[in-house]
Design a protein around this ligand. Structure first.
Ligand code: COA
Ligand code: MG
Length: 296
């Protein structure tokens, strides 16, 4: 079970109807699995996906889990979300991923349902966390700034998606001519990153679609961590070790962070200190503390 104090580095999606893939939940090495009831499951398989997902959870009570087990439900306006929750909450998922969240109001509505369901099922109040996908509809990015003041105590973090947004915008691609995200997707990614930190929760990087490209994934993960993301979603087990490694601070980073913290501790009351000939002030101290928190 991942240490509660450390951010989740890898969230691996497993389609909730795939018996073959569900058989791998305990052996992927991911910090968290997302059992998917939404886009990875065809409409005619929604009911069987609920059953198989619930069975997967039930067979692994929280104290016996080797990793966190989350469930992605269908969107609130799909007419399926309540049935999804009704199928899985008794089995105590660690969290719910909410796709196509339009605003913090959607997360608050889900949280209200969870309040009732947790109480009905005898779970601890607030035990089930929420991770919303905050950029999958055209309106959603305009509400990102509102998460910080929304008082959403179940919020684990914020994440973003580029595939559904492209569909919502009638776009034929979400990439620019250079193969990087097109401007619109860079914009919403940055807004999501800032909204997460403004809210005091984790920023979770989106999926890397080309699951055979290990080098590209590694480089993209290192870039994301250096920008302030603490983990990433995965679609294939081969991505998990790469993501875990990239979102784990290296021995050198940890050593440097310890020395930064020590430099401040040795100079109480001073907002700026010198280390190795470089000026350090409060943002450096915060960055060092963050590295140590990620290291656990
Ligand atoms: N979880 C668990 N096991 C997985 C897996 C996943 N997400 N993706 C692949 N595997 C398994 C395969 O079943 C296969 O098992 P086997 O060796 O016992 O046959 C093995 O890993 C290798 O898989 P591979 O052949 O490389 O890939 P694939 O063509 O079977 O599957 C995808 C490719 C993209 C369809 C698959 O990775 C997948 O379903 N990913 C999740 C998609 C999803 O949930 N999307 C929603 C969020 S965007
Ligand atoms: Mg989707």
């Amino acid at each position: 079970m991942a240490d509660d104090m450390k951010p989740i580095r890898s969230f691996l999606f497993i389609p909730g109807d795939s018996e073959k893939k569900l058989a791998k939940v305990d052996t992927t090495g991911a910090d968290a699995i997302i059992l998917d009831l939404e886009d990875a499951v065809a409409m005619e398989n929604k009911a069987v996906a609920r059953e198989r997902t619930a069975a997967t959870l039930t067979a692994r009570p929280p104290a016996q889990r080797v990793c966190q087990l989350w469930v992605r439900i269908n969107p609130l306006d799909s007419g399926m979300a309540k049935d999804d929750l009704a199928a899985v909450i008794a089995a105590a998922p660690d969290g719910i991923m909410l796709p196509k969240a339009n605003s913090p109001a959607n997360v608050a509505a889900l949280s209200g349902w969870l309040d009732v369901m947790e109480s009905d099922e005898g779970l601890n109040a607030g035990a089930v966390k929420i991770l919303p996908l905050t950029t999958e509809t055209a309106i959603a990015p305009f509400h990102l700034g509102a998460y910080a003041d929304a008082g959403l105590t179940r919020l684990y973090g914020l994440t973003w998606g580029a595939e559904d947004l492209a569909a919502a915008l009638g776009a034929s691609t979400n990439l620019g001519p250079d193969g990087e995200w097109a401007f619109t997707y860079k914009l919403v990614r940055s807004l999501c990153l800032m909204a997460a930190h403004a809210s005091g929760v984790e920023a979770v990087e989106t999926i890397y679609v080309d699951f055979r490209d290990s080098d590209g994934l590694r480089a993209a993960c290192l870039a994301a961590r250096s920008e302030g993301f603490s983990g990433r979603m995965a679609i294939h087990p081969a991505q998990v070790p790469i993501i875990n490694e990239a979102f784990t601070p290296s021995a050198e980073e940890i050593d440097h962070a310890r020395r930064v913290v020590a430099a401040f501790t040795e100079n109480p009351g001073s907002g700026t200190v010198g280390l190795d000939g470089k000026m350090l002030d409060v943002p450096h101290l915060k960055a060092a503390q963050r590295v140590l928190a990620q290291a656990g």
